[in-house]
Design a protein around this ligand. Structure first.
Ligand code: SIN
Length: 282
C-alpha cells in the first residue's frame, strides 16, 4: 500500500489496496487504521466492492448504526443511503460543515463512504482538521472555552425542515446531546474543537467573567459560538475530494468536520455510508 498526502494538514490517498481484502486482513487493516489516525481522512479510487464487503470493512472499526432520517440499504443493514435525486426529500441536506451525528451522546467514531453514482462534475466533499483548528486558536480563546459545554440538536437541524409533529417526535426519540466544546480524542489524546452545525448553544456559559449583566449572555455566547463554528471554514485546515464512481472516503469523525457541496442538481448523486458507533465524549 502506498500513502500520498493530499494537503499539508489533512487527507491522504491510498494506492494499491482493496478494502475487500482489508476487511479480512488484520495487518493491512492495522496499517489503514494507523494512516487514518495520522491523516484523519483517507481516500481510495476504484473500489468496485460489494455492499457486504463495504460493511465488513467498516465493521473492523466497530458496530455500525442506522440513521433516523436516511434509510439503510435493504440488503446491507448499517449502510445508509445518501441518495440525492430530484425525487428525494429536501430534509437530507449535508451542505453544512458538520461532524456526523453529534446529536447522539456517543457520536460515530468514523465513517466509510462509497460513491455509487455521481454527477459528471460537482458534488465534491470537503473535510476540515478540527485538531488543527483548536491548536491554532488564540490562547485567550483556548482559556475561555476550556471548560465550556454545548448542546447538539437533531431537532434544530434535520428536524427544522419537518412538519411540527414529525419534528417533535424526532426530538422525543433523540433528545439534545451535550458535549465538551474541546473534546479529547480517545485514541490520540489530542484536543479537538468540537462544535459544528448541530450545535445550538453553550450550556454553561454563565460565569462571572462571561456574564456581568443578563444583557451580556446572548450576544456574548452567540458570537463566540459562531466564531468557533466558523473555524472549519478556513481553507488551510481543509481538503477537497472529487468523487468518481467507486471512490471511497474513510474519515475520523472525532477530529474532523465535512461539507458535501450541493452544486449539482438536477444531476443525481448516490452515496452509501457506513457510520461506526463511537464513544461518549464526557
Ligand atoms: C455526510 O455528510 O456524511 C455525507 C457526505 C457526502 O455525501 O459527501
Amino acid at each position: 500500500m502506498r500513502i500520498e498526502p493530499l494537503t499539508c494538514h489533512i487527507g491522504a490517498e491510498l494506492f494499491g489496496v482493496s478494502l475487500a481484502d482489508a476487511a479480512h486482513d488484520e495487518a493491512l487493516f492495522a496499517e489503514i487504521k494507523a494512516a487514518l489516525l495520522k491523516h484523519r481522512v483517507l481516500f481510495l479510487r476504484d473500489q468496485d466492492i460489494s455492499r457486504q464487503d463495504h460493511v465488513a470493512f467498516a465493521r473492523r472499526f466497530g458496530e455500525l448504526e442506522d440513521h433516523p432520517v436516511a434509510p439503510s440499504h435493504p440488503d446491507a443493514p448499517g449502510l445508509v443511503q445518501i441518495y440525492k435525486t430530484p425525487d428525494t426529500p429536501i430534509d437530507r441536506y449535508e451542505n453544512a460543515w458538520h461532524t456526523d451525528a453529534t446529536w447522539r451522546e456517543a457520536p460515530p467514531m468514523g465513517c466509510v463512504l462509497r460513491c455509487v453514482e455521481c454527477p459528471p462534475v460537482g458534488g465534491d466533499t470537503m473535510w476540515a482538521n478540527m485538531a488543527l483548528a483548536y491548536e491554532m486558536l488564540p490562547e485567550h480563546v483556548k482559556a475561555q472555552i476550556a471548560n465550556l459545554r454545548a448542546r447538539h440538536s437533531i431537532e434544530a437541524s434535520f428536524g427544522a425542515a419537518m412538519p411540527i409533529e414529525r419534528r417533535l417526535a424526532l426530538k422525543a426519540q433523540y433528545p439534545d446531546a451535550e458535549h465538551p466544546v474541546v473534546r479529547t480524542h480517545p485514541e490520540t489524546g489530542e484536543k479537538v474543537l468540537f462544535v459544528n452545525a448541530f450545535t445550538t448553544h453553550f450550556s454553561n456559559f454563565h460565569t462571572r467573567e462571561n456574564v456581568r449583566f443578563g444583557q451580556d449572555a446572548n450576544p456574548g455566547a452567540g458570537q463566540l459560538l459562531s466564531y468557533l463554528i466558523s473555524q472549519a471554514y478556513i481553507p488551510e485546515y481543509q481538503v477537497r475530494w472529487r468523487w468518481q464512481k467507486n471512490s471511497v472516503a474513510i474519515w475520523d469523525n472525532r477530529s474532523t468536520q465535512h461539507y458535501a457541496v450541493m452544486d449539482y442538481p438536477p444531476c443525481h448523486r448516490k452515496m452509501e455510508r457506513a457510520g461506526i458507533i463511537g464513544s461518549a465524549t464526557f
